[in-house]
Ligand binder design. Structure first.
Ligand code: CP3
Length: 350
């Protein structure tokens, strides 16, 4: 049996040759799986699912039992950090996350106390240790966190939004205070990911879901700079652990993202992966970038679109197949099997 470091996922992150393209999917554990919905009912709420290591482990492993996936991702959420800061996180059915504590004034940011990762987020490390122990030993486990900018968006807005107008308003009106806050979040996220690595995560990913809302100038300063700081810290502490950066809507900034020293860039479905490769392919691996809407179509269409991503990327190493964003709850699980198998079949004959 091979080891994690010999796995096609870890090798692809280093741009080493592989016999077939590795695949895992953002939100591979989630509501589209009936067994996930069952465990969630047992847990009572989304946060109790995250905070109970046995439940978190169970749902992490569910997609691996159904599909031939090449990596597991820790079951948790990016909003564990604001939850640990006492903002009172809950998930309202059909509405997404909501914080009980509203931030109405920029000065409230200064008063927020960063969590003590060792204590307040120890449940996440307990889950990582248990998952690492229970999952197949040759498969990699991905740890993750939200980018400082994306965390700030949710915290300032008090929950989900499409535009995050209050976060943007505070950024424009109080850039120094925002920058300081993002810096503090970056320190916390670095510590959080370092601890996930110490607990057994083999690679880590930063989800910058809302970086794409920003102008190029503001992206560099408020989203990318704090992420670059995290990459730096992690490369000092754990130089061999790959770091993946994903900015949804970040397709026009790939060369500067690659300059952070990350190992791979996650691409959303709007990017042309051959162009992305031409821009940054010698520096980093690429992860993506099938449109999640394809999973709602048909077997023939899924196979055709998988082929399109593989051929657009072209031959040679450095591709990790994924969606351009997470699986939605309305996806039939059979379609996920078609996708995963198609990636393996079609890339093996490439
Ligand atoms: O399988 C995996 O990918 C691992 C688990 C994971 C979850 N959230 C579980 C989850 C990961 C990696 C995340 C990341 C996350 N969380 C992001 C970044 C990626 C992205 O989707 O852009 C963001 C923005 C969040 C914040 C968040 N958590 C939102 C906006 C929501 C509600 C939206 C929704 O789908 O309902 C969540 C809840 C959440 N996180 C669910 C899951 C499976 C659904 C909650 C439920 O079971 O009711």
């Amino acid at each position: 049996m091979s080891t994690v470091s010999e796995s096609i996922f870890m090798r692809s992150l280093q741009r080493l040759p592989v016999e077939r393209t590795p695949v895992w999917l953002m939100r591979q554990a989630g509501r589209y799986l009936p067994e996930y919905r069952e465990t969630r009912v047992k847990a009572g709420s989304f946060m109790s699912l995250c905070k109970n290591k046995a439940f978190a482990c169970e749902v992490t492993l569910q997609p691996l039992q159904r599909f031939d996936l090449d990596a597991a991702i820790l079951f948790s959420d990016i909003l564990t950090i604001p939850d640990a800061m006492g903002l009172g996180l809950s998930f309202v059915e059909g509405e997404g996350p909501r914080f009980a504590k509203q931030l109405t004034d920029i000065h409230q940011l200064e008063a927020l106390i960063m969590p003590n990762v060792d204590v307040d987020l120890s449940y996440v490390m307990d889950a990582v240790r248990l998952i690492r122990q229970e999952m197949p030993s040759h498969l990699p486990l991905i740890g993750f966190a939200g980018s400082p900018w994306t965390l700030a968006c949710y915290m300032i807005e008090g929950g989900s939004s499409r535009e995050f107008k209050r976060a943007l308003n505070w950024m424009y009106l109080h850039p120094e205070a925002m920058q300081l806050f993002l810096h503090q979040l970056a320190l916390t996220v670095s510590e959080y990911l370092a601890q996930q690595i110490a607990a057994g995560a083999n690679a880590v990913m930063l989800f910058d879901t809302w970086g794409g809302l920003l102008t190029t100038h503001h992206y560099q300063r408020f989203s990318l700079a704090p992420m670059a700081m995290i990459v730096n810290q992690l490369k000092r502490l754990a130089p061999h652990v790959p770091v993946i950066l994903y900015t949804k809507g970040g397709g026009q900034w790939l060369p500067t993202i690659a300059q952070t020293g990350c190992d791979a860039i996650g691409l959303d479905w709007t990017c042309d992966i051959s162009r992305a490769r031409a821009q940054v392919g010698h520096q980093v691996a690429l992860q993506g970038n099938l449109d999640p809407a394809v999973l709602l179509t048909s077997e023939a269409c899924i196979r055709q679109e998988v082929k399109r991503v593989l051929t657009t990327f072209g031959s040679g190493p450095g591709l990790i197949f994924n969606l351009g964003h997470g699986i939605t709850p309305d996806v039939p699980p059979e379609h996920v099997k078609i996708l995963v198998d198609a990636v393996h079949e079609q890339s093996a004959i490439k």
